[in-house]
Design a protein around this ligand. Structure first.
Ligand SMILES: Cc1ncc(COP(=O)(O)O)c(C=O)c1O
Length: 443
């Protein structure tokens, strides 16, 4: 597998049905990553690729960190698996204790899952069940937001707001509605940090309350910064307004922080950065630095207590996964938290955010750029679509960047940047330098 031509002939008929990929295109022209270290991937041919997207927004401490690798190796050799139902193992409790002090004030308890998608469906079920155990089982509606991404399970796909992810799966879950998205190029293009205009868009939730009657609504789920659909930073005051409307009507507010958490905005959680506390937080990815699949849902104390009121010989929450709090994932998570703490990574972004912002916005003069937006260690460059071929320009940029030695993700015609939090200024220059070359080269 050393020669690139060999790789592509090998893969053309591969039985592997790749997720969220153009299978035929990829198998003809594979982009393989064989090894990783720190800020870089290495292809099978040994080409060094600067990781501009922290893998898939998850490798916040950089790749193959020794502490985490050692924790995983020790963990798997000590306890490969332990049943999580009516049984337990010490690392699960230790990890929960380790995470608790990092949570936004008021959130105290947690449920472990194996992915962001599972965290979202778990949070939605927790919201429905919470209302039910309190005698408000009439609250059955779930509200998402246009352009939201909440993973790929049924609940998450239903509350998600990316049409391409929804349209081929039929009616999904009933009782779901969406508030409008906050993307507003006309008023907010080239905003640095939170855009000025659009707090009033949160009032769209009030509209849905009036349409459905608020007493039928269980929860609203949004990503504080909507990342996967193209990086939409919440307008100033918007999240506060959502919180107010939820409070007014007894609706639970869920922040999906699968990407936003773990230092991406300079705090452990985005909620802390924005000063808005939701009732539930969903997360995954950076919780183990992407090494072993794991997710979690964090909730307020009173929510947990509401479940603890029935007879003691009942299972309070009939939900969970064979791999909930898997011992190897807990070991990875503990190793990850150690690295985050030792290197101050959960708050490091504050030190480099201005440099990052200036570097991202330096691409403003490149051809076809219609917007650049950023917050924390996240940036997006939106390109105008080619006539009759939406997404083609963005995808070509992604391909060319890979040829030039940088991994930059494209979502339609939007390029997304979110490197590991260990990035140095020279690497920021290199990343946006490649982006500049690419944008100048593609028509
Ligand atoms: C906000 C958000 N929610 C949920 C998910 C789904 O996570 P996973 O792919 O781990 O299931 C993602 C993945 O990118 C995400 O960004």
């Amino acid at each position: 597998m050393n020669d690139r031509a060999d790789v592509s002939t090998t893969l053309e008929n591969s039985p592997f049905f790749m997720p969220f990929s153009m299978n035929r295109q990829f198998k003809r022209h594979p982009r393989l990553l064989a090894r990783a270290e720190g800020m870089h991937y290495y292809t099978p041919e040994g080409r060094k690729i600067l990781d501009g997207t922290a893998g898939l927004w998850c490798v916040n401490a950089g790749h193959c960190r020794k502490k985490i690798v050692d924790a995983v190796s020790r963990g798997v050799a000590t306890l490969d698996f332990a049943p999580p139902f009516q049984m337990g193992h010490p690392l699960a409790f230790e990890f929960a204790e380790r995470l608790q002090p990092l949570l936004p004030k008021g959130l105290t308890r947690m449920f472990f899952t194996n992915s962001g998608s599972e965290s979202v469906d778990t949070a939605l079920k927790l919201a429905l069940a919470y209302h039910r155990v309190r005698g408000e089982g009439h609250r059955m509606r779930l509200i998402g937001r246009e352009k939201g991404y909440h993973g790929v399970n049924f609940g998450g796909t239903a509350v998600g707001g990316i049409v391409g992810n929804r349209r081929i799966f039929g009616a999904l879950v009933t009782g779901v509605d969406h508030i409008r998205h906050t993307h507003d190029l006309a008023r907010n293009a080239f905003s640095r940090g939170q855009p000025k205009h659009g707090a009033e868009l949160a009032e769209d939730l009030e509209r849905l309350c009036q349409l459905h009657d608020p007493s039928t609504i269980a929860a609203v789920i949004v990503e504080p910064v909507a990342c996967s659909a193209g990086v939409y930073v919440p307008p100033q005051g918007y999240l506060q307004k959502l919180r107010e409307i939820c409070d007014r009507h007894g609706i639970l507010l869920i922040f999906d922080e699968v990407i936003n958490a773990w230092g991406r905005l300079g705090q452990p959680f985005a909620s802390q950065h924005f000063g808005v506390t939701p009732d539930l937080i969903t997360t995954a990815k950076g919780i183990t630095n992407g090494t072993v699949p794991m997710g979690a849902v964090f909730m307020k104390e009173d929510m947990y207590q509401a479940f603890m009121t029935g007879p003691e010989n009942t299972i309070e929450m009939p939900h969970g996964y064979t791999y909930s709090a898997h011992p190897v994932a807990c070991a990875a998570g503990l190793g990850t938290m150690e690295v985050y703490e030792e290197e101050g990574l959960l708050t490091r972004v504050g030190e480099i955010a201005q440099y990052w912002e200036d570097a991202a916005h330096s691409l403003k003069d490149c051809p076809n750029v219609v917007d650049i937006r950023n917050i924390g260690l996240i940036a997006a460059v939106e390109l105008s679509p080619r006539a009759g071929a939406p997404g083609a320009r963005g995808f070509e940029a992604h391909l060319m960047a890979f040829e030039k030695g940088a991994y930059i993700r494209s979502t339609g015609d939007i390029l997304a940047f979110a490197p590991p939090l260990i990035i140095q200024k020279s690497e920021i220059d290199e990343l946006f330098g490649v982006a500049r070359e690419v944008l100048k080269a593609i028509a």
